[in-house]
Design a protein. Structure first.
Ligand code: HEC
Ligand code: HEC
Length: 212
């Protein structure tokens, strides 16, 4: 058989690329529309809103956002009676009943540019935090940029949210059901290295120095 010439292959390749682009554009559009449900708490640009207890989510890894939305949807996260913030997010996840919708909004959130939220905590000692962060770097990355699938980006989150997340793991209210969440169980175990709130603030002060 005669080899197909470049004249034939190039347009074919282009057509396939455009086809893929059309499908992903449609998905982006779906994600954008669905994100309208989230704006009220997480903000137009995904920068979070402290009053709503909703963290910055822009630019978190798609795998992580998808995974957490699934955890909320199944009630593994967010249903503990003492988890005030989680109880606000849980009903939202119920609006993402279709897997395609959940995936589309996760992709939209992941593709929003990271927002670098302003620091709100004071009193953390970044130098002391740096030493403790050595325990975290293997999973969350030396620059807290996230290491799929071990640990997510921490550098994109609000400092107040980082503190509340660590406190919730330590108090055993995130996840709502540790037996169904071996990943989070690891984090619960790790919070043993924090004797108090100050030591958490120190690590967070260090993470703040790693923002892009
Ligand atoms: C009523 C307010 C509210 C709305 C609306 C809302 N969220 Fe949330 N969301 C929260 C709160 C509060 C948290 C923090 C939960 C916690 O502290 O554990 C959260 C947490 C999250 C997280 C976990 C972040 C992390 O770092 O683990 C993701 C992802 C998320 N929301 C995505 C969404 C998406 C997508 C939508 C729209 C479909 C949405 N949220 C709508 C309040 C809301
Ligand atoms: C063995 C891997 C591993 C190590 C080491 C680790 N983490 Fe995690 N971390 C995870 C995983 C997995 C999750 C997601 C758990 C979940 O779904 O709730 C997580 C979640 C978190 C969250 C919540 C993020 C969010 O967006 O809600 C924070 C904050 C956090 N880790 C901080 C730390 C700190 C600080 C250290 C060091 C003391 C650390 N982690 C060490 C794996 C790790």
């Amino acid at each position: 058989m005669k080899k197909p010439s470049m004249k034939v292959l190039l347009p074919l390749g282009l057509a396939l690329t455009l086809c893929g682009a059309a499908a992903s554009a449609e998905n982006n559009e779906r994600g954008r529309v669905l994100y309208g449900l989230c704006v009220h708490c997480h903000g137009e640009q995904g920068g979070g809103n402290a009053l709503a207890l909703a963290p910055a989510i822009a630019g978190l890894g798609e795998w992580y956002v998808k995974g957490q939305l699934e955890k909320f949807r199944s009630g593994i996260r967010g249903l503990h009676a003492d988890d005030i913030a989680g109880l606000r997010m849980y009903p939202m996840s119920q609006m993402l009943g279709k897997d395609e919708d959940l995936a589309a909004v996760a992709s939209y959130v992941a593709n929003l540019p990271p927002t670098s939220p302003a620091p709100t905590l004071s009193g953390g000692d970044a130098a002391r935090g740096k030493a403790r962060y050595a325990t975290c770097a293997g999973c969350h990355g030396a620059q807290a940029q996230g290491v799929q699938p071990l640990g997510s980006a921490l550098s994109r989150l609000n400092d107040w949210y980082l503190l509340s997340a660590l406190e919730k793991y330590k108090a055993g209210i995130r996840p709502a059901d540790p037996a169904r969440d071996p990943q989070a169980a690891v984090m619960i175990g790790l919070t043993a290295i924090f004797p108090d709130t100050q030591s958490m603030k120190d690590v967070i002060a260090y993470i703040e120095t790693l923002r892009e």
